[in-house]
Ligand binder design. Sequence first.
Ligand code: GTP
Ligand code: MG
Length: 170
Amino acid sequence: GNKIRNAKLVLLGDVGTGKSSLVLRFVKGQFVEFQESTIGAAFFSQTLAVNDETVKFEIWDTAGQERYHSLAPMYYRGAAAAIVVYDITNAASFTRAKKWVQELQAQGNPNTIMALAGNKADLLEARQVPAEEAKTYAQENGLFFMETSAKAATNVNDIFHEIAKRLLQG
Ligand code: GTP
Ligand code: MG
């Protein structure tokens, strides 16, 4: 007990899917409607206790804008965990998420725990990506899947908690 495990975690995904909002919700318990687009990447850290152990997440919140794509390997290299984020109201962002998964599988560390987050789950009436489709994709590609809402605080702590549990098991 009482050991602290450091874990580098990276968030990847299309512009505007809510990567920064998920981190802000997890780290500060806050949400802002007019979150600014990330430039380059932003760093946060947050600890999470699981049973009698503590995971200290070192979180790299990357920028989704395509012009920053070439920076991404710096952030996912050596990462213990990755959260690939899409927006359930934006089918193109799901296509982009699958591209990120392919890149991680080709270039990343094979032991990286990968989560797929279908964010903005509060906007059900605007849904474009069926949950079943994402769930099947995740199962076939070795990710675990949750729909999240940074706005409504749905499944945000849960996704980090699930990652921490898997880290401590591995
Ligand atoms: P980049 O940094 O440009 O890659 O974007 P990002 O993925 O960090 O997205 P960001 O967190 O900046 O959120 C983009 C917009 O979506 C902001 O206006 C947020 O308020 C909004 N948003 C984020 N998460 C949610 C959510 O769960 N529900 C709703 N309704 N809006 C959200
Ligand atoms: Mg951002």
